[in-house]
Write a protein that binds this ligand. Sequence first.
Ligand code: HMG
Ligand code: MG
Length: 289
Amino acid sequence: MTEDRRVRITEVGPRDGLQNESALVPVAEKIAFVDALGEAGFPEIEVTSFVSPRWVPQLADAAEVMAGITRESSITYSVLCPNQRGAEAAIASGADKLSIFTSASEGFCRKNLNASIEESIERFRPVVELARQSSLPMRGYVSCMVRCPYDGPVDPEDVLATVRLLLDLAGGDIEIALGETLGVADPDQIEAVLDEVASVVPVSGIDLHLHDTKGMALAGVDRALRCGVRSFDSSCAGLGGCPFAPGASGNLATESLLDLLEEDGWETGIDRAAVDRAAVIANRITGRG
Ligand code: HMG
Ligand code: MG
């Protein structure tokens, strides 16, 4: 692949998608889904979350899923963890990367993590320490990059403030993922946030995690590419949503993202036919197939 036309896709369907299903999905089906995605050759698959089963019962089987999947050596199998307990369990499960998650808005942070933004950062301190001890890379999500379901519009400066907290926490050694949690942003809003955050992270190092409630995510990707973003999250079959973000629908669908990137001559190294096979499993387990 030529480096300057290369785009990195993290497949988040097994985590962001399945956390939001109302019916509990059998462990074997989750494993089959992750393994099918593995055959597509994503550089990274977000498998599950080591969170409280009281908060997200859908992912209470995180350890079993991690134990059951077939690992491809080229793929980073990442997981979410909100605190020390989650990090310990994630590391014990063999996770390749730990993702912490907070918000640019206090309202969503409180509903999602039962904590203020500052408190969430304090809970991440032992996660960062454990990741370091195990030489694991980290991602830090900043949700609500343009709008919060509880607090309304979010100022780009608030996004920058949370990004700074994450960078300080990890001594700069963390991938920043900006989450458009509600899926309502237009391209100008996305560009405004990228401009703001670019003062502390090069745009080429930012990951963009777009939901697609209003069908605007592809337009956002297109603009972000022009701004220099080269890393995106998407979800096979467009699964996704957050139980603590009422009104938000699925992530940008991996299939749509691949179509756009291929049309515009970007390279991902992903096998589209294998994604389509994984989508059959996704649709079967969510009952939409
Ligand atoms: P809390 O109730 O304040 O904390 O929750 P707690 O310490 O009192 O714990 C509650 C219970 O959970 C206790 O059990 C703990 O032991 C247990 P009980 O005594 O009731 O039996 N517990 C755990 N169990 C397993 N693993 C753990 C763990 N920690 C505590 N790691 C807490 C605080 C952070 C735990 C909770 O709020 C939580 O788990 N939240 C997770 C919410 C979540 O997963 N949201 C979805 C992911 S974020 C997202 O989707 C956005 C994103 O996609 C980007 C975007 O779109 O913007 C990333
Ligand atoms: Mg999300």
